[in-house]
Design a protein around this ligand. Structure first.
Ligand SMILES: Nc1ncnc2c1ncn2[C@@H]1O[C@H](COP(=O)(O)OP(=O)(O)O)[C@@H](O)[C@H]1O
Ligand SMILES: [Mg+2]
Length: 234
């Protein structure tokens, strides 16, 4: 397994947010984490990369237990994280933003150059010298993903990449995620939008109030409209 999460429990202060979360991501898989607003998707991602202080359970990344490792070390070991809020440097150009993410080549992960990333996100190629602050939300989202790929991760957590994007930009995002998969990046993508998730994912988990209530292939999810309707807003 690329990533295994076992018995994950997370808290914000006294509030118990995640309950015994278990997830698995195989080599090269795209796995969706589906759930309504407030279900615990972002907290799950933040817990995996060590950004939630109060947390118990095991996180195995490429067979190594990283649960006690600091965030920067987890990310540097090849687990990329693209948070919900776009974190680009508004005063830096697109190319400069990409350079910030650069890490050395990794033996077990695809290697991304600037040119490969511009092929992945053709939009960005046309605005290489533009400051990040003068880009649309969708373009900033692409830049955030591209910058994460500059770190040559073997697995990426994408937190709601389609949120707030126009249909045309969503299409480009679908293409980009498919290409990332083809290149060999394993991906966990959180989503409220089942239609988007369906276009890119091999398997899905549904999270509701901090608990995983379904795990299976997209076909198995389609065979359970009851689960889908009870736990997802469509
Ligand atoms: N920093 C925080 N402090 C306290 N509660 C939080 C914090 N962040 C999120 N929560 C709560 O944790 C629950 C899960 O939130 P979140 O993981 O952001 O859900 P999702 O990403 O699925 O929308 C929600 O009830 C939310 O209000
Ligand atoms: Mg969220």
């Amino acid at each position: 397994m690329k990533l295994t999460v076992q018995d994950l429990n997370s808290f914000y202060g006294p509030a118990h947010i995640l309950f015994d979360i278990a997830l698995e991501v195989g080599e090269g898989e795209v796995v969706a984490l589906l759930g309504r607003n407030g279900a615990g998707k972002s907290t799950t991602f933040r817990s995996i990369v060590g950004l939630v202080a109060q947390r118990s359970g095991r996180i195995l990344f490429e067979g190594r237990d990283v649960s006690a490792r600091p965030t920067h070390e987890i990310v540097r070991s090849g687990l990329g994280y693209v948070p919900e809020e776009r974190r680009i440097f508004t005063d830096l150009t697109v190319e400069e933003n990409l350079e910030v993410g650069r890490q050395p080549k990794r033996a077990n992960a695809p290697y991304w150059t600037r040119e490969k990333l511009f092929a992945l996100f053709p939009n960005l190629s046309e605005m290489r010298n533009r400051p990040g602050g003068r880009m649309s939300g969708g373009e900033q989202q692409m830049l955030t993903i591209a910058r994460t790929l500059m770190g040559n991760p073997s697995l990426v957590l994408l937190d709601e990449p389609s949120e707030g994007l126009s249909p045309k930009i969503v299409e480009q995002m679908v293409d980009a995620i498919r290409t990332m998969k083809r290149e060999g990046v394993s991906i966990v993508v959180s989503e409220q939008n089942l239609h988007f998730a369906r276009l890119i994912s091999d398997r899905a988990y549904i999270i509701e109030r901090g608990r995983i209530c379904f795990g299976g292939t997209m076909a198995e999810l389609d065979a359970r409209p009851d689960i889908r309707d009870a736990h997802l807003s469509l």
